[in-house]
Design a protein around this ligand. Structure first.
Ligand code: NAP
Ligand code: MG
Length: 499
């Protein structure tokens, strides 16, 4: 055991940080072709954690060639389903056994609580691998009762096959590094694809530790490749002619670049993008549960959630009391580094995000909104921001319209006559929404009218591995998780045999 700053870190994590962190290509840990490395930092103190091999276009080429071989000639696409199932299941089991180690590394690289990372991010990632291991043996086509009207005398046997797409580029963000990796790797591998994973530049470490897990589980070389790098590596992957599909999670701005880059060979594209999700509290809601749930909606992961419920619509008769209660609860939240077991709210990921979020705080106040609590930086080192509840916000303010990706919520009242729907749907995004009410009819009516990919009633962040997840409007294309993700990573072949 040793400490990073003043907190205790497992010896495995210490060894991992001290050792070389190379690209994982074709079953080997290798240096970048250029020999370059880049540094990754601890957001709790801004100090450098370690250096990582810096993947660029040439490395993406090598990884794509390896994934191509493993798909076209290699064992993966021809392996028996139950063998692929066992390998993917093993990844889940190893993650469970090494949850503390992964949680600590995630805390160091990302800033989130190590305890929460182990219990939520890593535990859920393990669940995702096991869930998709279960799918491998259940991917089926169907037989089709064809009539063939233009061939009156024929006899036919027609059926469909569900086949892998091929080589998939998986590009993920820094807010849930290991979890976002699992959401893409699980179904992509279950369906028989081979992959190149490009983690975010801010959080490459758990993706590389995961490469060790694939190695330990016994995956054949080239099936999973991990290439840390910057946006240019992501661009090389999404524009690559030998990549058949790209799956992306991140900003809407980069999502649009992915679409452009994918045009060259018309590779398949799925996108999970930004959000500015409404969370609606009716006057008849369970008050205390709604306060607690609403806090979780915008503060979980320090507000760095694509689904963050950052537009809080509260029925006017309880607006004052409810927003005061949310502000009071927010002011009690324990802020600190992720390795402190008592921490509830950690730092933002980077100086860039810190500047962006504090810029929105200044813009909100300059526009005329009022902070019931928070409104500024917390402490004087690291990228900590106070949880901030804004009221007196006009729907046109940037704090109401734009994704802030920090611990900031704007609360707006609505009247019983007008209802919250028009305001809630007034967004370019449509990722998620929350509804709090004791009236079951009102709950279902509201859920139906909201333009969002997920609606959570009397809870927020109500995710499950079996439930589809994705965005309406500019929040994305396609649905991850559940059976939907198997659709994203397979294509259908129609076979018709004249007997
Ligand atoms: P981002 O730039 O969209 O990054 C997501 C991933 O795409 C990263 O791996 C990134 O690499 C890569 N990338 C960057 N430019 C690319 C390009 N031209 N082609 C292909 N891949 C590319 O997100 P960010 O800069 O980390 O965060 C910016 C904002 O995005 C945040 O403030 C937040 O509003 C939003 N965001 C949303 C989500 C979400 O879950 N919806 C997650 C994260 C961020 P690099 O890491 O090297 O840039
Ligand atoms: Mg970026």
């Amino acid at each position: 055991m040793t400490t990073v700053a003043e907190y205790t870190v497992n010896s495995e994590v210490r060894e991992f940080l001290a050792g070389p962190k190379k690209l994982y290509i074709d079953g080997q840990f290798v240096d970048a072709a250029s020999g370059k490395t880049f540094a990754t930092y601890n957001p709790a103190d801004g100090q450098k954690l370690t250096d990582v091999a810096h993947g660029e276009a040439e490395d993406i080429d090598r990884a794509v060639a390896a994934a191509r071989r493993a798909f076209d000639d290699g064992p993966w696409s021809r392996m028996k389903a139950n063998e692929r199932e066992r390998l993917i299941w093993r990844v889940g089991d190893i993650l469970t056994a090494r949850a503390e180690e992964f949680g600590q590394l995630e805390a160091l690289d990302n800033g989130k609580s190590a305890a929460i990372a182990a219990a939520v991010d890593v535990a859920w990632a393990a669940d995702v691998f096991r869930y998709y291991a279960g799918w491998v043996t259940k991917i089926e086509g169907s037989s089709v009762n064809v009539s063939m009207p233009f061939v009156p005398d024929g006899e036919f046997h027609a059926y469909t096959l569900r086949e892998a797409i091929g080589v998939c580029g998986l590009i993920i963000p820094w807010n849930f590094p290991i979890l976002m990796a699992s959401w893409k790797l699980g179904p992509a591998l279950a369906a028989g694809n081979t992959v190149i994973l490009k983690p975010a530049e801010q959080t490459p470490l758990t993706a590389l530790l995961l490469a060790e897990v694939f190695e330990e589980a016994g995956f054949p070389p080239g099936v999973v490749n991990v290439v840390p790098g910057f946006g240019d590596a992501g661009a090389a992957l999404s524009g690559h002619d030998h990549v058949d599909k790209v799956a992306f999670t991140g900003s809407t701005e980069v999502g649009k670049k992915i679409v452009d880059a994918a045009k060259g060979n018309l590779k398949k594209v799925t996108l999970e993008l930004g959000g500015k999700s409404p969370n609606i509290v009716f006057a008849d809601a369970d008050f205390d549960a709604a306060v607690e749930g609403s806090l979780n909606a915008w503060l979980f992961n320090h507000g760095q959630c694509c689904v963050a419920g950052t537009r809080l619509y509260v029925e006017d008769s309880i607006f004052e009391e409810f927003t005061q209660a949310v502000a009071a609860a927010a002011a009690q939240v324990k802020i600190g580094p992720g390795l402190d077991p008592t921490t509830q709210l950690g730092p933002l990921i980077s100086q860039e995000q810190f500047d962006k979020v504090t810029g929105y705080l200044a813009a909100g106040i300059a526009d005329g909104a009022r902070a019931l609590t928070g409104g500024k930086r917390f402490g004087d080192k690291g990228y900590f921001v106070e949880p901030t509840v804004f009221v007196d916000a006009d729907p046109r303010f940037s704090i109401v319209q734009e994704e802030i990706f920090g611990p900031v919520v704007a609360a707006l009242p609505f009247s019983a006559e007008e209802g919250p729907i028009a305001a809630a749907n007034d967004s370019i995004y449509g990722l998620a929404a929350g509804v709090w009410t004791r009236d079951i009819s009102k709950a279902h009516r509201t859920a139906k009218r909201l333009k969002a990919g997920s609606v959570w009633v009397n809870q927020y962040n109500g995710f499950d591995t079996a439930m589809p997840f994705g965005g309406y409007k500019q929040s994305g294309w396609g649905r991850e998780l559940g059976a939907s993700a198997i659709d994203l990573y397979t294509q259908t072949k129609a076979v018709n045999v004249a007997l």
